[in-house]
Design a protein around this ligand. Structure first.
Ligand code: CTP
Length: 393
């Protein structure tokens, strides 16, 4: 069993460390926690102890701790040291090599890789002192789960919010080289495509890429090497995997072909079914005449192409079906028509699914079907990745 030493420092985001522990232990990673004095203002040692099922270390000079395990030994007892959340203060201590409490002493004494997930106010994150500390730590090989951007507990907006626990877990898994999909290559398509009409206009759809990107991260968290082929989306490239950016269906198909061979292919992209037969070289003008007529041509079906028998067919091909009615009936027919192994059908007729944060899923595996209640897209991604992990176990 792989083990991490989790150092929880102060800040409102410390509560998320509990969720991280829950996810990590569920993923089969052993966790020993160290709680700083300021961290203990936000979470209790008892809750960390209950979730890790291990003693929680707090005090450098505690004799009991020393008799059980010295701080040097503790710093080397795990495969990876994780600081989440990491305050500006602990990052500064790490950069300067200070050792004035248990957490900073362990970080100075360890001979194991270190991963930090910073969380702080946006001004503190963007302060030149923090920026210099981060640059130095990265240069020394410290791995970083970059903070998210968004509204913060202090009322300000910007980067500095602790990354979500599943993302931190993915970085931990990647750093540990762990997980049931170790050694497997997964290709994931995500987002919409843009089919140009002229240099300034295009045909697109409401897909945000959230579901596909979350699946890519969830597969990476289980150890897969992931190639994410993304249409135009407003999301950042996920950490710990390779993202290839494309615009059109034909570019997406070419990128999928170039990424083969793979063990797993997940086609979550909402690929444009049609493009205009020709793309106007110049902006189409409204010159007082009739409205232009767009003649459409069908795009290649990427999922059907990759599902077709052949030497490069991935062992597991998963398609998606966006339906607005007769979900089970249409999904069953689509699975057969496309030739994929599994099909994840969503009812996009419901409000807030396409382009939103949640999804309601019917999974067809060929041997049966499962209905998953409406849940957020991260949870859907983790559930699907876990099923894929079991399939390859
Ligand atoms: N897909 C694809 N290439 C296309 C169209 C769709 O790879 N040119 C994939 C999608 O990524 C998804 C699945 O096929 O995994 C089904 O997409 P969907 O839009 O639901 O189905 P369509 O094939 O467009 O069928 P229909 O329009 O009849 O619903």
């Amino acid at each position: 069993m792989k083990r991490i030493l989790l150092i929880v420092t102060g800040g409102i985001a410390a509560y998320k460390a509990l969720e991280l522990v829950r996810l990590a232990t569920k993923a089969g990673i052993g966790v020993t926690a160290v709680l700083t004095k300021s961290g203990a203002q936000f979470v209790t040692p008892l809750s960390l102890q209950a979730l890790t099922e291990n003693k929680v270390y707090q005090d450098l000079f505690s004799l009991t701790d020393e008799s059980e395990m010295g701080h040097i030994e503790l710093s080397r007892s795990a495969d990876l040291v994780v600081v989440a959340p990491a305050t500006a203060d602990i990052l500064a201590k790490m950069a300067a090599g200070l050792a004035d409490d248990l957490a900073s002493t362990l970080l100075l004494a360890t001979d194991k890789p270190v991963l930090v997930a910073p969380a702080m106010n946006v001004r503190m994150w963007q302060h030149p002192a923090t920026e210099a500390n981060m640059a130095l730590l990265k240069q020394r090989g410290v791995k970083v789960v970059e903070p998210d951007e968004g509204p913060m507990a202090c009322g300000e907006y910007g980067p500095g919010r602790l990354a979500e626990p599943p993302e931190i877990l993915a970085a931990i898994q990647a750093a540990l080289n762990n997980g049931p999909l170790q050694g497997k290559h997964a290709i994931v398509t995500s987002g919409p495509t843009h089919e140009p009409i002229d240099p300034v206009r295009f045909i697109a759809n409401r897909s945000s890429g959230r579901q596909g990107h979350a699946i890519a991260s969830a597969l990476a968290a289980l150890g897969a090497r992931v190639t994410l082929i993304s249409g135009p989306v407003a999301l950042p490239d996920p950490l710990g995997l390779t993202t290839v950016h494309v615009e059109t269906a034909r570019e997406m198909q070419a990128a999928v072909q170039a990424a083969l061979p793979a063990d797993i292919a997940i086609c979550a992209a909402a690929v444009g079914d049609w493009r205009t037969e020709t793309e106007a070289g110049q902006k189409i003008k409204k010159d007082g005449g009739a409205a232009p007529t767009l003649i459409l041509a069908e795009n290649p079906d990427i999922l059907a192409g990759i599902s077709a028998p052949g030497p490069q067919r991935p062992r597991l091909v998963v398609g998606f079906a966006a339906e607005t009615e007769k979900l089970a009936e249409h999904a069953t027919a689509k699975r057969a028509r496309k030739g994929c192994d599994w099909l994840v059908a969503n009812n996009v007729g419901g409000t807030g699914i396409m382009g939103g944060n949640e999804n309601e899923v019917l999974l067809l595996t060929g041997t049966g079907s499962e209905h998953w209640d409406r849940m957020n897209k991260l949870a859907v991604a983790q559930k699907l990745a876990a099923k894929i992990g079991e399939y390859f176990a």
